[in-house]
Design a protein around this ligand. Structure first.
Ligand code: OAD
Length: 253
């Protein structure tokens, strides 16, 4: 618990904070992580399903209906899920920092579930930077145009009204590039911060996992909140615990 007090002091002093969240921050909301096991959310997705089949363009082209239905299933599972105290603590922190004008708190998430926004983090894309996309959105594989129709309960792949292309979920799949603008904002936030918080991520997936190294290389202190050890090697303070229990202790808003 010593490190909690030390990190609270760091948080109090920091001028620019960069927060990176991963699937673990939503585990206590009942949303499955991709790797590892969580008490609240059970078995991880990639221990039960094949990411090559369900999270790659090759998989979608091979079996689009099956991939579409899997995302429809995930949407159904996620739709009633609520933010937990970790999401709320971060959202309140962002609001307080903005109001005081004394601190900048950038939030980068690898999650596609929208729970940071549900908790009140400003939906402006530069306040919650969703580098892996958003599971509630869709776009055309052919012409990239956003698909704005309600797809609730639709179990076959919709087609684009403009070009007839197949509609896909707007999440980043393995092998795909991240949105350039969002990535630049994320890199800048990591590069310029004096404190980097990595919360609920296994730090296995790049380029997101590299943000911590970037921050560290520029002199930032790096804090990790995770009940399990991870792949990260540049952490100054490791807080072993669940995000929903630790974050409200670190952040007094
Ligand atoms: P992972 O599923 O790889 O890792 C989740 C991490 O959360 C693990 O290190 C767990 O120990 C930790 N964890 C579990 N419960 C927690 C809790 N209550 N509080 C805090 N941490 C907890 O998730 P990510 O690192 O986000 O990509 O995965 C990165 C990317 O891999 C995802 O965005 C996804 C996936 O393939 C795409 O979909 C593109």
């Amino acid at each position: 618990m010593e490190s909690i007090e030390e990190v609270k002091t760091l948080i109090g002093k920091a001028k620019r904070v960069c927060v990176l969240t991963g699937a673990g921050v939503s585990a206590e909301s009942g949303i499955a992580t991709f790797r590892g096991y969580s008490e609240e959310a059970g078995e991880s997705l990639w221990s039960q399903y094949d990411p090559q089949q369900l999270a790659s363009i090759e998989g979608f082209l091979r079996e689009p209906e099956m991939v579409w239905r899997w995302y429809q299933w995930r949407r159904q599972v996620n739709q009633d899920k609520q933010p937990n105290p970790a999401h709320t603590a971060i959202a309140n922190w962002q609001k307080a920092a903005k109001n005081s004008g004394q601190q900048e708190v950038s939030l980068i998430t690898q999650n596609v579930d929208g729970l940071h926004q549900k908790a009140g983090s400003d939906p402006d894309q530069f306040s919650v930077i969703e580098i892996h996309g958003n599971i509630w959105q869709n776009h055309c594989l052919g012409c990239d145009k956003p698909y704005l129709e309600d797809v609730t309960g639709i179990q076959t792949v919709p087609t684009c009204q403009s070009c007839g292309g197949q509609i896909r979920p707007s999440v980043v799949w393995f092998g795909e590039a991240l949105d350039e603008t969002k990535w630049q904002v994320a890199e800048t936030a990591a590069y310029c911060c004096d404190l980097f918080l990595s919360i609920g991520t296994s730090s296995q997936v790049y380029p997101a996992a590299g943000l911590m190294m970037l921050a560290k290389s520029q002199g930032a202190k790096v804090v990790e909140v995770n009940p399990e050890p991870t792949q990260s090697r540049v952490v100054d303070y490791q807080i072993r615990g669940k995000a929903g229990e630790i974050l409200p202790k670190l952040i007094d808003y």
